[in-house]
Design a protein around this ligand. Sequence first.
Ligand code: SF4
Length: 514
Amino acid sequence: TRIFIPLDSFAVANGADELCDELTHLAARRGLDIEIVRNGSRGMAWLEPLVEVETHQGRIGYGPIEPGEMEALLDAGLMNGGAHAKCIGDPEEHPFMKGQTRLTFKRCGVTDPLSLDDYEAHGGLIGLKRAIEMGGAGVVDEVTESGLRGRGGAGFPTGIKWKTVREAAGERKYIVANADEGDSGTFADRMIMEGDPFCLIEGMAIAAVATGATKGYIYLRSEYPVAIRVMREAIRRATAAGVLGVSMMGSAQAFDIEVRVGAGAYVCGEETSLLDSLEGKRGQVRFKPPLPAIKGLFGRPTVINNVISLASTPEILAKGAKFYKDFGMGRSRGTIPLQIAGNVRHGGLFEVAFGLTLGEIVEGIAGGTDTGKPIRAVQVGGPLGAYFPRALFDTPFDYEAFAEKNGLIGHAGIVIFDEDVDMKKQARFAFEFCAIESCGKCTPCRIGAVRGLETMDKVIGGENVSGNLELVEDLCNTMQFGSLCALGGFTPYPVMSAIRHFPEDFEGTPMRVA
Ligand code: SF4
């Protein structure tokens, strides 16, 4: 009997490794014939660790199972999918799963992440085979036609980036996967690397076919030890199986991939800073031009894409551009893995076509707050994203619609706050975050964040509130338009959205900062 206990960090943080030990021990004592499969997470974070068993009627899930509960679960008939208070039935029939369109994450939580056979049995490698048959120009056209835009936050069309690298002169070209997922409340990159690593490998190989690159790097943050381990092992297995190597999938092209571990700087998620760090330098933002597509890693033409952008391409190549493009709205095509976190009842990963309204996401899918109090603010797009009030809950999830409301969807992280949130503190936090993480290269960000923090402290202390708020606005204007990169340039989003949408928090009695 196959029993699935996720290796995903959601599950491990809640005792999944201990559950495996318990189950191994109990199975030996009871003489049970079991195979434990360490799968990825399906994304229902509140149910982790979600233990599943393969039965004649399909998979049956139980969650969240805490360490110490395994014996009772076995007594309840886990081996046959027996009844238990924490039984959720077939996980795929769960309302949270039923509402999704899983294209990129279709295997995550379902398969054994490190089994290439399992990967192929669930549709893996079809896209890469087709890419090799089509040739580079065809792949670039297909990805351009699909409408895929960078999922890291900038929303730049992936096909155009690939075309630039394809046409750039260079004896050596690189594919770099940006896995420095530093935004608070985001975990899509981690989930795919832990739960379906071959999908990222295949996406990078497709990018290599498109551009003629021969070497790939995954710049993976050190805070993700499970992802690092799983990715490295998956690369080793893909290389042993000939998917990567001197003759990628039996083609005439060589392509191999290496994992490089980041050292914890938020700014290294910015593409040029990431390249500096990969080259062994201190991660600092580069001036553009030249674009990395022309002069990137070690001065060579480089595709640098977010993990999810790359992991979206196997399905696009396998099913065709039209299939993918049919999902979504406006210029936001395909699906987006929403990451719902914060004070939330049903947090986790929800992959869906663009176009749901923010209200449908946070009140419908997420089920409101965990405290049961009304939602007051939602921050979308990481620590540099704007705070949305209830009045803007009708905004559809789409790059342009969010930009129109002075927000951004970023990497699609959604953090929910209830009515107890103090927006003064949130505005202060944005400056504080920027001051800590600034790379120091440009003045508006390096000095602006510190001055912003000081000024916000004066506002919080009740000192000349309106005058100091005016100063903050002026400073935000300078940071937004004068900063070299998005760290300084986007810090004004959380600050100004907090001030504009929640003015009552800035006019009240002075408070003390904790
Ligand atoms: Fe560095 Fe900040 Fe300037 Fe970006 S905005 S280059 S992080 S100092």
